[in-house]
Design a protein around this ligand. Structure first.
Ligand code: TYM
Length: 338
């Protein structure tokens, strides 16, 4: 991070909300790519607790889940020495920049966001202004670190496009200030579907517990959930239009084993779903096992996690502070002589 002006490596940033234990959708769509990118890029990863309160949260639960999500990020194998791993609310500059970006975003642009429309329908009793301006806070998260790439699942693509528009608008109005970020959306796994309704994305907040597999589910839970996954009556393992359930299971199996769809079709040639579903479950169990083991160890050491989060916040605040000062100067705020 220090040699920023001369040989800055490309920078990667992404955040995840601590609203509940992440699903294998979050993992295969985003977190797995974070871990894969963390060796070759300057990486900044965070827990988006500010975003979480756009939906009503229980305070004690939010505090606990934020801490657990932080531990889970470390359990992915992200190295806090090489990467910045932090909690969003620990860096107040995000909120500061979000306010400024609100003033460079049109009402119509924010109103077009499909996630806003979905969430306002789902939480009709609490359509708050924070929910509406959620994407400008997300833009601030990204632009404040001058990120080049943002690894996310397909559901965040529209927010990334808005972020790019805001950055380009600001740069054109003043002078180049923000790096215009590119989404990094993996080919496989960008949209893992619900096991009970494979036309819908797998979501942490699904009311049906059989619809999603969490990263901390036990092997027995995982076996049970895959056993009851909705498929079709053809009983042939092949990737094809109209076979949403099997396509989803093949995607999960492919992401966990590295096998291509052709290889999977060959492996299960002549076999039915009774063989395929348990194989998918075992591949998920095996993929999650090392992460779960590290997670269980890390959550026992609260002092270590608190120390790492404090260091992460300090490093993040340093990088964020530079962008915010620049932005404040450009929009015309008087600097105070300290
Ligand atoms: P969140 O917390 O909903 O999800 C975290 C990441 O998981 C991806 N994801 C999925 N990928 C594939 N299949 C699925 N079924 C699936 N469900 C979720 C999401 O695309 C995301 O990458 N707004 C963000 C958090 C955020 C953020 C940011 C992300 C806040 N600031 C800045 C990037 C950059 C969110 O709610 O993700």
């Amino acid at each position: 991070m220090d040699n920023e002006n001369n040989e800055r490596r490309e920078r990667v940033l992404s955040l995840i909300q601590p609203t509940s234990v992440p699903t294998i959708g979050n993992y295969l769509g985003a977190l797995k790519n974070w871990a894969d990118m963390s060796e070759s890029y300057d990486c900044i990863f965070g827990v988006a607790d500010l975003h979480a309160i756009t939906v009503r949260q229980d305070p004690a639960k939010l505090r606990k889940q934020t801490f657990e999500m932080y531990a889970l990020l470390l359990a992915l194998g992200l190295d806090p020495e090489k990467n910045i791993i932090f909690v969003q609310s620990h860096v107040p500059a995000h909120s500061q920049l979000a306010w400024i970006l609100n003033c460079y975003t049109q009402f119509g642009e924010a109103a077009r966001m499909t996630q806003f429309k979905d969430k306002s329908a789902k939480h009709a009793d609490n359509v708050n202004v924070g929910l509406f301006s959620y994407p400008t806070l997300m833009a601030a998260d990204i632009l404040i670190y001058q990120a080049d790439y943002v690894p996310v699942g397909a559901d965040q693509k529209q927010h990334l496009e808005l972020t790019r528009d805001i950055a380009e608008r600001f740069n054109a109005a003043y002078s180049p200030t923000f790096t215009v970020p590119k989404p990094y959306i993996g080919k496989a796994g960008a949209s893992i579907k619900s096991l009970q309704d494979p036309t819908k994305k797998m979501s942490k907040s699904d009311a049906n517990p059989k619809a999603s597999v969490s990263m901390l589910d036990t092997p027995d839970d995982i076996r049970r959930k895959f056993k009851s996954a909705v498929t079709d009556s053809e009983a042939v393992v092949r990737y094809a239009e109209g076979k949403d359930g099997i396509n989803n299971l093949m995607t999960i199996y492919s992401c966990c084993t590295g096998k291509s769809f052709e290889e999977i079709e060959r492996e299960f040639d002549g076999k039915g779903y009774g063989d395929f579903k348990p194989a998918v479950a075992e591949s998920v169990i095996e993929t999650l096992k090392p992460i779960q083991d590290r997670y269980n160890e890390l959550t026992r050491d609260k002092a270590l996690l608190e120390k790492l989060a404090a260091e992460g916040a300090q490093k993040a605040a340093y990088v964020a502070g530079k962008t915010v000062s620049k932005v404040m100067r450009k929009v015309g705020f008087r600097q105070v002589n300290k």
